[in-house]
Design a protein around this ligand. Structure first.
Ligand code: PMP
Length: 306
């Protein structure tokens, strides 16, 4: 049978083919949903799946529910338990991606955040690489800018805001690039990738756009900052980055739940370093892949066994 087989929908785990919404659903019409992307990693040695930083993802969607005025009736621990139950039923022996989605499930017409029924569903899919992690990828600066906090807040992972990401990613692919780098809404600074955060290495220091540069405050970004500072003793600075600082960086990489840690070899056809994965990126990536598979006891608190 093809995966996934189940979804958590309308309060219970049901066969995936029974998890269907009405064409009038408010969030389908107006993008009034918020979601998460969580990964579970299959550890071949222990033959166990571990869900990475699940509590932190559910904490983030709970916070975003305040912005979007969506009431999530489950606690963080209840959401974790439901997710584990769902994954136990799927019995994956591969990496997978979990998609919790809280939304205006009511059928009333009109773009507003209040006055509609609301609900939450969760499903999962097997997922290998989203971006190449072994070979440095080629990216362009998108001609589509990031939406600002005062338009559609990027930090709140609103489903409708991903139209912005779709423009950026599609433009990049149609022009022969692997991914897009996006500038802030005032076109002054680097924000992030279409659906991933970005880091630059310069003179041994790790630099990433600050949380007020129209980014999603990524959990992988936070993981990278912690691993760099606490484990690798690398200085990390959160500050605005100019476009041309990217061209002259020693190394660049994307990070995200989907993207994992993906080296960037070219920006607008200019080679970053020698155009291959740099040593700092490699070191952090190797550490990251061990951490997510619960192979480093110091970080086992981030890994929840299925
Ligand atoms: N930025 C955007 C716009 C994203 O969609 C994602 C993926 N969730 C990220 C950054 C990375 O966030 P995280 O590390 O929490 O997955």
């Amino acid at each position: 049978m093809v995966n996934p087989k189940y979804a958590f929908f309308e309060g219970k785990i049901v066969p995936i083919e029974n998890a269907k919404i009405d064409i009038r659903t408010n969030s389908l019409q107006y993008g009034t949903g918020i979601f998460e992307g969580i990964r579970s990693y299959w550890n071949e040695k222990t033959e166990t799946s571990y869900i990475f930083r699940m509590e932190d993802h559910y904490r983030r969607i709970k916070l975003n529910s305040i912005i979007m005025m969506i009431e999530i009736k489950y606690s963080i621990e209840e959401l974790c338990k439901i997710t584990i139950e769902l994954l136990k039923k799927e019995m994956y022996s591969e990496d997978c991606y979990i998609r919790p989605f809280a939304y205006n499930s009511g059928l009333k017409i009109g773009p507003k955040l209040i006055g509609n029924k609301q609900d939450l569903f969760i499903y999962s899919i097997p997922l290998g690489e989203y971006l190449n992690t072994s070979k440095a990828i080629s990216v362009c600066i998108s001609s589509w800018e990031r939406i600002s906090d005062n338009a559609i807040p990027p930090r709140s992972k609103i489903s409708g805001s991903y139209v912005n990401a779709a423009f950026q990613k599609t433009e990049a692919l149609l022009n022969g690039y692997d991914e897009a780098l996006v500038l802030t809404s005032d076109s002054k600074h680097v924000s992030e990738g279409s659906a991933m955060n970005v880091f630059m290495v310069k003179n041994g220091v790790l630099i990433t756009p600050s949380i007020t540069d129209d980014i999603l405050e990524g959990i992988t970004r936070d993981t990278v900052i912690e691993l760099a500072r606490e484990h690798e003793n690398i200085e990390v600075i959160e500050r605005s980055i100019d476009r041309t600082e990217l061209y002259t960086a020693d190394e660049l990489f994307f990070c995200g739940t989907g993207a994992q840690i993906s080296p960037i070899g070219f920006v607008d056809k200019r080679a970053i370093g020698n155009g291959k994965m740099g040593p700092v990126t490699k070191k952090l990536q190797e550490l990251y892949f061990k951490v997510v598979k619960n192979e480093i006891s110091k970080y086992s608190g981030w890994c929840r066994k299925v």
